[in-house]
Design a protein around this ligand. Sequence first.
Ligand SMILES: [Zn+2]
Length: 291
Amino acid sequence: MKPGSDLHIHMALDGSDWKDAMGRHIERPDEAFIRSTLQEYKDTGITFLRDGGDKYGACMAAQKLAAEYGITYIAPAFPIHKRGHYGGFIGRGWSTIDEYCELAEEAADKGADFIKIMISGLMDFNEAGRLTESSLNDDEILTIIDEAHDLGYAVMAHCNGSEAAIAAARAGVESIEHGAFLNKEALHAMADAGTVWIPTLSPIANLIGCGRFPDKALKYDLMTAQENIKYAVRIGIPIGCGSDAGAYMVPHVKGALTEYDLLHDTLGEKTDEVLANGEAIIKKMFSFASD
Ligand SMILES: [Zn+2]
């Protein structure tokens, strides 16, 4: 089987240096790059894409062009992070809840299909099991998810670590992206709330052997994520195939294929059934404005 979708990509990025990639879109989104990437997805039979957003609007340019390529493309305008926390390179920042609400409304005005929030740090690939920073506090997580829901939007959350995942699941977040280092309590909170999990294994797996980070830490992080995915499926968490294409060493299109293979390594013969279910739920929850 080949995946017919990638539920987590960044059109603005290209799998290499993020500064160079973002630089291409500063003045206006790079339409030639976007068109050739959409064509490549089309040629591979990938017809549904969900973008995690970028601050220069490459994702929204892609959302508008995608129909020409027979692709359904949903996007959040830009990801929204708290200033001083992870997300500044690709998203827009808030310091007060009022500022957050203004950004969410601006995303809505720009034609966002859903709201994308950043509520935790990144995996620190130098050390197994470690994140780069602590997450937002529970009240902040609850409030920003509530505000997006009040506007009528589903919420995609960049979220690593158990604390943030528990808070987000209890607040009713629709999807948790990455979800590194989740403990059983976090996984059960997600199962109870019906949260979809997009584990994005490719950005970890593709680094193995590249020499930039210790392979031992990468392999440990990948293995624990795969163990968590098996457990998540057992307790009924919907899982989706999203590669974080555009992230370092995760090229567009190939990302989706790698992610599928990694999930297949994890789930075996159940893979297609599990991923079809996850994709159907994502389509139902997130295709707000584009239907
Ligand atoms: Zn992402």
